[in-house]
Structures are given as structure tokens and as C-alpha cells.
Design a protein around this ligand. Structure first.
Ligand SMILES: NC(=O)c1ccc[n+]([C@@H]2O[C@H](COP(=O)([O-])OP(=O)(O)OC[C@H]3O[C@@H](n4cnc5c(N)ncnc54)[C@H](OP(=O)(O)O)[C@@H]3O)[C@@H](O)[C@H]2O)c1
Length: 252
């Protein structure tokens, strides 16, 4: 890491969608960015290379408990210790499996979703807290949640349950007073591959599919770049952490 690095930012799920836009927005000459996804992203690599930014891409399957544990230890054990600010953005997530409750009869996809959306967040947060606590820095954690965790959506039993778990976990970390600012924030409906998958769902599995198709047809989806810029403004604001469960649509 270069000597002039002031911020170290770790972000999961940065190979596309909202996470990629967040990583692009985070990169600058005073920020070292560490990403975690299954795939290496050429867009991020080229952006870092063109501008001389500090980027490390870690490839790990965060839906696999052992791989998530390993990634959390490896990343946090080698964090540079001289920055003024440390940021963890838990963004990686999956909406599958989409099915009504009487069809959620296979453990593996349910377990994978819980591992990615919840367990890996806990593992990364634990290792992050242990690594940064002695550094006396400004420490912020932003968990990318969803409105789905705050109200029932038929067909999203797994997704709603994981995001509700993420919200309450975020409140627990805040209540434990680790000396960090932590927020679970819903990003609104964002034009990413996740939304493409939602629009392609069968109405048998996801009865609300027509609503999401209509939002797309009517141009109601926010761009990842716009939402990422607003999330990063929010993350950098002095008020970050005062509202633990939030929605970016509450902020201009
Ligand atoms: N899009 C929306 O409308 C919306 C609304 C509410 C909340 N959200 C939340 O926003 C976050 C980002 O969503 P998005 O729409 O940008 O999703 P996306 O386009 O599907 O991108 C998901 C990201 O997560 C990574 N990822 C998926 N499975 C992974 C795994 N097993 N291990 C490691 N990384 C994995 C993907 O990278 P690899 O495939 O390379 O691993 C990718 O970079 C999610 O937490 C989602 O729940 C999105």
C-alpha cells in the first residue's frame, strides 16, 4: 500500500451491479480498495490501472461457509495498519431461491443464500472488528440490505428472511458498541443483473413479477451509478451511523 493512503475500503460483490459502481466510486489516490467476489472484474482492474489506484481483487465464494471464513481471515489479517479510515461494505447478495413456502423443499439453495447474505457478513464483520479495533481509526460498516427485509414479499421467503436477519444483526453490532458506525441501508430498485433475474422469474414462484416488469418498462429503476454515488455520500457524511436501519430513498 502506498504511504499516502488515508482510507482502506473492503467491498463484497463488486464484480458487477451496485458493488461494481460502489468500487469505482470508492477508488481514488488516497483510498485502497479490496474487493471480494467469485469473479475477477476487468472493468475495475482497467480503471485502477489507468489511474494508478490501489486495488486488490480477491476471488472467493462467500456462499461457501469455509471459503467465506478463509477469505475473512486472509483479508483482515493483511489489512494495512496506517490508514485514518477503514470501511467495510457488505454488498454481495442473492435473491434466489425464489419460490413459495411450500416449494422451498431443498436445503442447499436456502443454505447458500443464508451463507452469502448473512453468515459471510458476520464472518467478515468479526474479522474486520478484530483487525481494526486497535487502530483507533474512523471505522464504518455499511450493510446493503433491502426493503424485502422490512415487509413480506410472496415468493421471497428466503430473501426476505436473510435481509431481515441482516437488519437485526446490524442493530446488534450497533448495540454492542464496538466503536464503529454501522448501518443497514436499502438501496431501492436498482437496474442490475439481480433485477433481470427477478423479471425472468415464473409467476408461480414469484407472484409479484409483473410489478417488477412494469417498473422496468416504465423506466423506474435507478442506475447503479446514481445509487452508488448517493450511498457513498451517505457513507462519508458525519451523520452516518445515527440511523442504523435506513433507506437511501430517504436521502436526496
Ligand atoms: N438490484 C436491486 O434492485 C436491489 C434491491 C435491494 C437490495 N439489493 C441488494 O444490493 C446488493 C447488490 O445487488 P445487485 O443488484 O448489484 O446484485 P448483482 O447484480 O446480482 O451482483 C451481485 C454481486 O454479488 C457477487 N456475488 C454473488 N454471489 C456471490 C458469492 N457466492 N460469493 C461472492 N460474491 C458473490 C457477484 O459477483 P460474482 O458473481 O462474481 O461472485 C456480484 O458482484 C445485494 O445485497 C442485493 O440484495 C439490490
Amino acid at each position: 500500500m502506498r504511504e499516502n493512503i488515508e482510507t482502506v475500503a473492503i467491498i463484497t460483490g463488486a464484480s458487477r451491479g451496485l458493488g461494481q459502481a460502489l468500487a469505482l466510486g470508492l477508488m481514488n489516490h488516497s483510498t485502497a480498495v479490496i474487493t471480494v467476489s467469485r469473479s475477477h472484474d476487468a472493468v475495475l482492474a482497467m480503471h485502477a490501472n489507468d489511474h494508478g489506484y490501489d486495488l486488490q481483487q480477491i476471488q472467493a465464494d462467500l456462499a461457501n461457509p469455509a471459503a467465506a471464513e478463509q477469505a475473512a481471515h486472509t483479508i483482515m489479517a493483511s489489512l494495512p495498519a496506517t490508514a485514518r479510515r477503514y470501511v467495510l461494505i457488505n454488498n454481495a447478495g442473492m435473491v434466489d431461491p425464489m419460490a413459495l413456502a411450500d416449494q422451498l423443499d431443498t436445503a442447499a439453495p436456502i443454505t447458500a443464500a443464508f451463507t452469502l447474505n448473512v453468515t459471510s457478513v458476520m464472518l467478515l464483520t468479526s474479522a474486520f472488528l478484530q483487525a481494526v479495533r486497535p487502530l483507533k481509526a474512523d471505522i464504518r460498516i455499511m450493510n446493503i440490505s433491502s426493503g424485502a427485509g422490512r415487509g413480506p414479499t410472496p415468493g421471497w421467503g428466503v430473501y426476505c428472511a436473510t435481509k431481515a436477519a441482516l437488519d437485526l444483526y446490524t442493530r446488534v453490532v450497533d448495540a454492542e458498541q464496538h466503536g464503529v458506525k454501522i448501518v443497514a441501508i436499502a438501496p431501492g430498485v436498482v437496474d442490475t443483473a439481480m433485477q433481470t433475474g427477478i423479471r425472468e422469474a415464473s409467476p408461480d414462484n414469484f407472484p409479484n413479477v409483473a410489478r417488477f416488469q412494469a417498473l422496468h418498462t416504465q423506466g423506474q429503476l435507478a442506475s447503479p451509478e446514481n445509487v452508488a454515488a448517493r450511498l457513498l455520500n451517505y457513507l462519508n457524511d458525519t451523520s452516518f451511523g445515527t440511523t442504523v436501519i435506513d433507506d437511501i430513498r430517504n436521502h436526496s
